[in-house]
Each structure stands twice: as structure tokens, then as C-alpha cells.
Design a protein around this ligand. Sequence first.
Ligand code: PLP
Length: 391
Amino acid sequence: MKRKVINSARVPIYRESGFELYDAETTANAFKSESLNEREPDIYIYSRYRNPTVISAEEEIMKLEKCRWSILTQSGMSAIDTAVSLFQNGSQTKPWLFFTEIYGGTISYSEIVLKKRRGLDIQTFSPVNGRYDLTEFEVLMKALKPEFVYIETISNPLLIVVNVPKVAEIAKRYGSRVIVDNTFATPKLFRPLEHGADIVVHSATKYFAGHGNITAGVISGNDKGLMKSAIEYRKSVGHLISPDDAYRLQTQIMSFDLRFSRQCENAARIALMLNRYKTVARVYFPGLVQHETYQEAKEIFGNNGYGAMITFDLAGKDPVEKRKRRDLFIKNVSEKIMLIPTLGDPHTILMPVESVWGAKYPEPGMIRLSVGFEEYNELESTIMTALAKGD
Ligand code: PLP
């Protein structure tokens, strides 16, 4: 017997892989409308194509992004793969330009997949002394005229802020599209689509899901042609998020604003506290005036906050002493602050920078904190006590 609950307050988890199409005519119409309809089909066919629970979660993200389309994928990496693949047209004539301070997984993807396997021309642009020089960027753009420029609003782990509106303005002058990974900033701080970006990607695993229990990604945009093509690519390669994860996401995203506001507040206070501490050699937080991109952060984030990530470097007379202090700190906070290689979780978590990035960031005392939304005083006392023990 079939039962349909028509007064469910939310779109439930539709786990079926295929939907009932009744007869030959309905089937023919469904397939016809599937190829014509860019967003919500009249009738669902197969869950790798589209799924009602997924569409419902996408609508929640579109409210945050204030955009026309958001497309959910299984991971941040599959969102990135979808975004860049939109610009691959058989015989590539223009290079693709990636800023170098981006997520390590994206760098590996560009080298292993884009360069090595797909044989694409990938160019890079690096910051000098902690910030991107946009005059130099313009010189490079003039020479390369790339198909697109790929940037992250806030980088990892040095938290370099990119002046996205200026980058987009320059990119447009040379006919290039702009893809922005806005995972660290989130739409709460800044919405790149309103400032010249063509496509925004997020690892929804992080602040959107916010509880460390989902791996997901999303690509958002306002250009119908591009986003239709994103749906087509996602369907062809099978990048669609599972209905279960989409359901969790649509529920958890309702508290995004509350969670992220609190995380940003906690982070700003912790950064100030660390900045005053004698055994901390340097704090990297874009909300501190000493950060190389404080001006960029102020300009593009306004009063919205500076994100919830902090990197700090423990002092020491040599690398051996620095590592000793770092290891002691990690041990002393481990009851409350776990070493977990992700970010955006409810609780504050940490990563030793040298263990992940090796020689790229050569300060062995560096620790990256993803600040959580726990009660502030307890968090401060955990960190202060651990620092004091390491003196
Ligand atoms: N973009 C950024 C900025 C990230 O930090 C990550 C993962 O840490 C990703 C993309 C990839 O996301 P996922 O792990 O969900 O595939």
C-alpha cells in the first residue's frame, strides 16, 4: 500500500534511486522536461539526476547566497571539479590562472587532474610578503588573458584576504571569468557574486553543515547558462550529494548565522588574547591591524567579522624549542581542543601547520585553530592555562 504524508513540515529524505513514472507517455514527458528544465523538474526520474531533498537543501543555501542557483555536490572537491570543468571546451586555447594560496587539495587537484591527466595549461599567481600585489596581477592578466581566475577569499593557513571586487574588475578587463572559493569567509562576511564573481564554491562540509558530520560541496551562481551546464556536468559524472546528507544540511544550515556569528566573535577575542601573550611570536588573523591584509579585510567584510580561523606561532629560540612548545600546547589542550583535520566544527579544533604543509610555511611553532561556538570564558581559560604551562 502506498502512503504519502502530505502535511510533513519539511521535505523528507527521499532515498529512492528511481521514481515511479507510471507509463510510457509520462516517461517520455519526464525525460523531455528533464532536459529542458534547469532547476525543479515537474517530475523526478532518477536520484543521480535530481532529488527533491537535495533541491530543498539547495533552496536554503540560495537564501544565504542571495543567488539564483545553488548546486549541491558530494564534497567541496566535487564542487570545485564541477566549477572549473564548465570552462573546459575540447581544445583549450586560454590558460587557467590559480592563485597559489588556496586549499592544498585544490592545488593537488590542479596538478594531478588538470595538468597531468587532462593536459591543461595551468598558471599560478603568488603573493609577496603576505599579500597579492594587484598591479602585478594586472600585468600577468594582460599577458595571459586566462579563461578564468581561481581565488579563495580567505586563504589557509595564513588567512590572506583577497580583494575580490578588485580582482574581478581586473579579470573582466581581460575577458576572464572569476571563480571564488568562499569557504572560510562564508556569505555572512562577504558574497562574491555581488562583487563580480561568476561562480562561488564552498566546502559545505565546513560552516554550512557546521557539525563535522557531513562531507558536501556547493556551487552557486546567477548565470543561467553556466549553472545549467553545472547541473548537466554533475549528472554526467555522478557528483550529486546523497539525500541523507542533503537532509542534514537543510536542517543544520538553519542555525548557520547564529553559529558562525558566535564563532567569529570567539575568534576575534581569542586572537586579541593570543596577541598579548609573551610566548606567542605571531598571530595571523585578518582582524588584527598587524595582518598584511587587514585593509583588504576591512574593505570587503566591513563590520561583518573576520572569520573564525586563527593561526599562531609559538615562540622559541630555535625550531627544537618551538616544536617542544607546540607539542606541549597540543597535549595540554587535548581534553577540550582536539586535533582534527577539518574546520568549522562546533568545538574549537586545531592542526599543527608544519605537519600538514611541511616546508611551505616554515615556522614549526605554528598552530591553526578553527574556533568553535562554545562558551567563551571556558575556551579562553583552556588556551591560557595551556600557554602558561608551556612557559
Ligand atoms: N575548499 C577549502 C577552502 C577547504 O578548506 C576544503 C577542505 O578542507 C575544500 C575546499 C574541500 O572540501 P571537501 O573536503 O568538502 O571536499
